[in-house]
Design a protein around this ligand. Structure first.
Ligand code: MN
Length: 291
């Protein structure tokens, strides 16, 4: 449903101006939890909304979720670097949001790979990286690994990212079902990650128009392993308060064992000028919002 590429040119430009999206406001909540089994949290997350009005207009609001791997807390280092580098390079890159986001994720890959090569203890560290930028009424997404981006629109949940995992390949080939993939012994095998190779292929979503009422969810596999999509749909559509919705989703994963770290970022699109609780507004600084 997320469209065909638009032809560049005068006609397309005029159409775009005519259909200029209505202004909207963004509420964001990002939460991360160590879970019930692990001793450290190797997930990282970031919500960035620049103070500078020009930068905000050019690049909008950015959300990043990363799930690191590697012994001796190297996973924590890799996912933290992904959140840091992507959010810095995205805003520093003088390019349209889609190109800037791809460049930022590629740059994070290079830096993590280099850091891993320079330190024996961090050898082989890597991380997933799922990103969403909302700018000028449009959504841009770039992604590597098996963390996920979902969209809730008109009560329906759409998975916008594709897992770069061994089990997803088996599902696509019809070898196993999506249900079997959830418990498959190879379910943690990911085929692409940031940091493990000098270059990485980044999946970039065709930009699409955001609508009022949309909700976006970025999450690590600690959530989507244990909470079904129907349940995510219910919680996202029935819980008005997005922070409470995130808490509920994390609680559900923990009730079911919480075998992994759990990170949940939720973004809600609200018409401009309508009220939202102060706590749910996207942060206006570049500080890490994850708890
Ligand atoms: Mn995980």
């Amino acid at each position: 449903m997320f469209g065909k590429k638009k032809e560049a040119g005068a006609a397309a430009k005029e159409t775009r101006q005519f259909e200029a999206p209505r202004p909207f406001e963004i509420d964001a909540s990002l939460q991360t939890d160590v879970g019930c089994v692990r001793e450290i949290n190797e997930d990282s997350g970031r919500v960035v909304r620049p103070n500078d009005p020009r930068l905000l207009e050019e690049k909008g609001t950015l959300v990043v979720v990363a799930d690191g791997m590697g012994g001796h807390s190297a996973g924590e280092v890799a996912s933290g670097m992904a959140a840091d580098v992507v959010s810095r390079v995205y805003y520093e890159t003088r390019a349209e949001p889609g190109a800037a986001l791809r460049h930022a994720v590629e740059e994070a890959n290079r830096q993590i790979h280099q850091a891993a090569a320079e330190d024996e203890a961090k050898h082989g560290m890597g991380t997933t990286c799922t990103t969403l930028a909302l700018c000028g009424g449009r959504a841009y997404a770039a992604h590597v690994g098996d963390s996920r981006l979902y969209m809730l629109r008109e009560g329906k949940l759409y998975q916008l990212s594709e897992d770069h995992s061994a089990v997803n390949e088996m599902v696509k080939l019809g070898i196993i079902t999506k249900e079997q993939a959830r418990t498959h012994e190879d379910k943690n095998v990911i085929l692409r990650a940031l940091g493990t190779t000098p270059e990485v292929e980044v999946s970039v979503l065709e930009p699409f128009a955001v609508r009022e009422g949309d909700r976006y969810l970025l999450c690590s596999d600690g959530l989507h392993d244990l909470v079904l999509e129907d349940e995510i749909t219910s919680v996202l559509s029935e819980t008005e308060d997005i922070h409470a919705a995130g808490e509920r989703l994390i609680a559900m994963a923990k009730e079911r064992g919480g075998h992994d770290n759990i990170t949940v970022g939720i973004i809600a699109i609200r018409p401009e000028g309508t009220a939202a609780a102060e706590a749910h507004k996207a942060p206006t600084t570049r500080e890490l919002e994850a708890i």
